[in-house]
Each structure stands twice: as structure tokens, then as C-alpha cells.
Design a protein around this ligand. Structure first.
Ligand code: NAD
Ligand code: DAU
Length: 370
């Protein structure tokens, strides 16, 4: 699933890593990446197992030495305090978040709780624990964030850089912006070795069905409408999740505390073009589709409120300073992703639950998928 890479920091001491949100999409890909590449490290996954968290994503690691899964909430200070102590953590990779823009429009409360209050609680707990250990400069707190904090670009604007002013437009991106500011402030005020990454749209294995790419793949397999918001001309910059995990790896191992690194795939695509490409690939790769060609299923639906028009990332800083570039093209990444959804029906089918169908009905107002 993830490209393996040689253990690049063989000389460093094994670390003791806490991964929050490690049962979600990117978090679980990252857990697999780390466990495959850094076998001597202790990996502790903390996840509340919300609708988006799935312990199955980590099933193949459960019996492994040096791996532990803990169910818990990042808003629970006493619990985090004792977990950090008990596991003697020196590195935090913080993925836990409410992550879906459409859900943030339906109900922003959980976004403020987890993304703002939860990140604050984690930072505050880690700060006290770090101070009690004499403020080791080798500790790291990686805060995983999004390009959405920068707002929306006009067609000819240059891509977002690390100095683009924040202008979040949805409750989701506003809550992520709040958490970024806290991570930044903890470095500047207390010297806590935080690093922030702002990444563009990911896709790949273990991606919950509500997001664009898995939703389209699954609906094509089921012969259901493919809902394209508005005129379908919004642009996103797509990055294969394995490339994101490799970027986070170099940031943890080589990044500078107090810095921000933008991560992106250099793959700007209009939504409608992407959906048409997915249809074409599915027609080619999936046997016995109920409706062919799949493009017949494309349906324009009411636009997302406040829908950001265009995102694009300038990832030249992480390339220049840390030597990271993406390995997958959009085509190679999509082929792997489609193959994964074709081979893992047992993973996604149970996720189309009653709760999911109620959500689907609220967002699209059309027949839920079954
Ligand atoms: P996801 O929704 O798939 O996973 C989030 C995980 O966090 C789930 O396992 C969930 O159970 C867990 N979680 C939620 N609330 C929690 C809480 N209070 N305590 C503990 N665990 C909790 O999200 P994702 O797409 O994997 O995104 C991971 C991170 O990366 C997020 O911070 C997101 O903002 C960021 N990000 C995502 C993308 C993307 O395209 N998906 C791009 C850039 C950045
Ligand atoms: O840019 C990074 C962000 O990418 C992350 O921070 C978020 O966590 C992640 O969810 C993602 O946000 P988007 O809103 O861009 O992703 P989503 O997959 O929901 O939508 C991608 C684009 O497709 C967006 O322009 C909206 C559109 N869309 C989405 C869905 C679900 C549709 O046209 N139809 C749909 O049914």
C-alpha cells in the first residue's frame, strides 16, 4: 500500500511515538509507513474511534511488538497526561481531527471541540510533560494541517506558500487555522519543538466513503449517481497519501522546530475532469459495472455553501530544505487507489451504515446509497 523506503536514520536512537487519529485515513497510512520503516520505534496510536476511525485499518499491526492501540479522546487531559508518562513519549504526530468540510457545515460544534480544544489540550499536556523532563530539544510535536487554512485562490493566483496569509472559509478550515495558531504559539512562547505541515487533498487506501474520490469509486461500483457540486470547475491539488506519509517522515526526522512546511502534489485538477477520469479508469479496471460508461452517472447537484474555488500548493520549501518530492503521478496514484477499493469491498461496504445514509440524505437530498 505504502511505498517502503530504507530506514534513513539508522544512527538515531529509537523514538517513542504517539500518533493521534491513527485509525483514520491519513493517520492509519502513516502508522503503517512508520511501522514498516522504523521497526525499533515504539508506536502508540491514540484514537477516539469516531465514525471516521476504524480499528480494522490497523488490524495487521495489532499483534506486533512495539505497537499499542489506545482508545481515547484528545480532549481528555488527565488521560493524555498519564499516557505520555506511561509510554515515555518523545514524539507526537497529531492527526486527530474532524476532517470533513460538509459535516462542519451541518454541525460545527465537534470541529471546535476536537480541532481547537483537543489540539490545545494535547499541546498543554505535552508542554507540561516536556518541561518535567528538562525540555529535551530532540522532542517533536508534529501538527498535521491543511492547505484550506489559506482560503481560496483565483484562477491566476500563485499557489499558497508558507507565508500566504490565513483566510479560512469553512468551520472546518477555521478550526484547523485556530489549531495551527496554537501550535505556532507554543513554539514561540514556550519553545516547545512544534512543526506544522499544511497539505493539499490526499487520496488512497482507507479513505472514508464521504470524500470525493472514494465516494465516486463506490457509487460507480454501485451504479448510483455521481454528485458533482455546482459547475464542477472547482480545483483541488491532489496528493497520493503515501507521498504525504513520506513527507511527514522527513519533517519529523529532519524538519526544524518552529517551521511550517507546505506539502502538495503539483496536481491541480478541476473536479469534473477528475470525476471523468475516475469514470474512465473504473470502466477500464472494474469488471461488470452496473452502468457503463460510468460518465452516464454524473449528476450536478446544489453547490457546497461557501465552496472554495481553487487550492494549489507551492511545495518548493520542503523540496529545497528536506529533499522531498512526490513519487506518484495522479494516474499511478489513482490506479493504485481504484485497485484498493476493488479489492477491499469488505472494508467499505459496512461503512455505508444507517448513520452514513442519514448523513448522505442531509447533504445531497437524493436517494442514499446502499
Ligand atoms: P479522518 O477523518 O479520516 O481521521 C481522523 C481520525 O481522528 C479518526 O480516526 C477519528 O476517530 C480521530 N478522532 C477524531 N476526533 C478525535 C478525538 N477527539 N480524539 C481522538 N481521536 C479523534 O481524517 P484524515 O483525512 O485522515 O485527516 C487527518 C489529519 O490530516 C487531519 O488533521 C486533517 O485536518 C489533515 N489533513 C487531511 C487532508 C485530507 O485530504 N484528508 C489533507 C490535509 C490535511
Ligand atoms: O485540501 C485539503 C482538504 O481536503 C483536507 O483538509 C480535508 O480534510 C479533506 O476532506 C479535503 O477537503 P475537500 O473539501 O477539498 O475534500 P472533498 O473530498 O470533500 O471534496 C473535494 C472537492 O470535490 C471539493 O471541491 C468538493 C467537491 N465534491 C465533494 C464531494 C464529497 C463534489 O463535487 N461532490 C461531492 O460529493
Amino acid at each position: 500500500m505504502i511505498n517502503s523506503q530504507p530506514e534513513q536514520t539508522l544512527l538515531r536512537e529509537p523514538c517513542r511515538l504517539l500518533i493521534t487519529g491513527g485509525a483514520g485515513f491519513i493517520g492509519s497510512n502513516f502508522v503503517h509507513h512508520w511501522c514498516n520503516n522504523y521497526k525499533r520505534d515504539r508506536v502508540v496510536v491514540l484514537d477516539a474511534l469516531t465514525y471516521a476511525g476504524n480499528r480494522q485499518n490497523l488490524a495487521s499491526l495489532e499483534n506486533r511488538e512495539n505497537f499499542r492501540f489506545v482508545k481515547g479522546n484528545i480532549c481528555d487531559r488527565a488521560f493524555i497526561d498519564s499516557l505520555l508518562q506511561e509510554e515515555n513519549i518523545d514524539t507526537v504526530a497529531h492527526f486527530a481531527a474532524e476532517s470533513h468540510v460538509d459535516r462542519s457545515i451541518l454541525g460545527p460544534d465537534a470541529f471546535i471541540q476536537t480541532n481547537v480544544v483537543g489540539t490545545f489540550t494535547l499541546l498543554e499536556s505535552f508542554r507540561h510533560y516536556w518541561m518535567s523532563r528538562g525540555q529535551p530539544q530532540s522532542d517533536r510535536f508534529l501538527h498535521v494541517s491543511t492547505d484550506e487554512v489559506y482560503g481560496s485562490l483565483a484562477p491566476d493566483d500563485p499557489p499558497f506558500t508558507e507565508t500566504t496569509p490565513y483566510a479560512p472559509n469553512s468551520p472546518y478550515s477555521a478550526s484547523k487555522a485556530g489549531s495551527d495558531h496554537l501550535a505556532r504559539a507554543y513554539y514561540h512562547t514556550y519553545g516547545l519543538p512544534t512543526i506544522i505541515t499544511n497539505c493539499s487533498n490526499n487520496y488512497g487506501s482507507y479513505h472514508f466513503p464521504e470524500k470525493l474520490i472514494p465516494l465516486m469509486c463506490i457509487n460507480i461500483l454501485l451504479g448510483k449517481p455521481l454528485p458533482v457540486y455546482g459547475d464542477g470547475q472547482n480545483v483541488r491539488d491532489w496528493l497520493y497519501v503515501g507521498d504525504h506519509c513520506r513527507a511527514l517522515d522527513v519533517v519529523i526526522n529532519q524538519g526544524k522546530p518552529g517551521e511550517t512546511y507546505n506539502i502538495g502534489g503539483n496536481n491541480e485538477v478541476k473536479n469534473l475532469d477528475l470525476v471523468e477520469l475516475l469514470c474512465q479508469l473504473m470502466d477500464e479496471l472494474a469488471p461488470h459495472l452496473p452502468v457503463q460508461p460510468s460518465t452516464k452517472l454524473i449528476t450536478f447537484v446544489k453547490d457546497r455553501p461557501g465552496h472554495d474555488r481553487r487550492y494549489a500548493i507551492d511545495a518548493s520549501k520542503i523540496k529545497r530544505e528536506l529533499g522531498w518530492t512526490p513519487q506518484e503521478t495522479l494516474l499511478s496514484g489513482l490506479r493504485q487507489t481504484i485497485a484498493w477499493y476493488l479489492n477491499n469491498r469488505d472494508w467499505w461496504q459496512p461503512l455505508l451504515s444507517e448513520e452514513y445514509q442519514a448523513y448522505y440524505q442531509k447533504v445531497y437530498g437524493i436517494e442514499a446509497i446502499k
